[in-house]
Design a protein around this ligand. Structure first.
Ligand code: 4NP
Length: 142
């Protein structure tokens, strides 16, 4: 089983999701962004600090661009919001059926339909709370 977490910049939400989930599962994980704006960069510093505060060291992760080849490399692809999913669907190869899900689908009790982007909201701890709930639900589902 291989799971890919995807957001826009791959420096805030998806590396945090990867960092939280890889600590609780044997599943192989990776993350990517639908933009290459931060390709090669480590996670955004305030997100690294907030994650480290909860015991998740994500300093080893590096941003990379999501590509159509990722559809063939992963069993499950998880987007942080609807625009991430729309951006990925545009790149889906003909005939490919790899499932793409919203991360928040795994925490229905939260009643939200996206992981808000802390790059804009600045609420790094609030988003980590949500990511931890979604990661627990994902672990239970796979
Ligand atoms: P992410 O957040 O998609 O959670 O990594 C963002 C980080 C940077 C930018 C946008 C979103 N940016 O515009 O540079």
């Amino acid at each position: 089983m291989k799971v890919l977490f995807v957001c826009l910049g791959n420096i805030c939400r998806s590396p945090a999701a990867e960092g939280v989930f890889r600590g609780m599962s044997d599943v192989e994980t990776d993350s990517a962004g639908t933009s290459d704006w931060h390709a090669g960069e480590p996670p955004y510093r305030p997100m690294q600090v907030a994650a480290k505060g909860r015991g998740y060291d994500i300093s080893d992760l590096r941003s990379r661009l999501f590509t159509s080849a990722d559809f063939g490399r992963f069993d499950l692809i998880i987007g942080m919001d609807a625009s991430n999913i729309a951006n990925m669907e545009r790149l889906r190869p003909a005939g490919n059926e790899t499932p793409i899900r919203l991360f928040t689908d795994y925490a229905p009790e939260r009643g939200v339909d996206e992981v808000p982007d802390p790059y804009y909201t600045r609420d790094f701890d609030g988003v980590l709370d949500l990511i931890e709930d979604c990661a627990r639900g994902l672990k239970a589902a796979i």
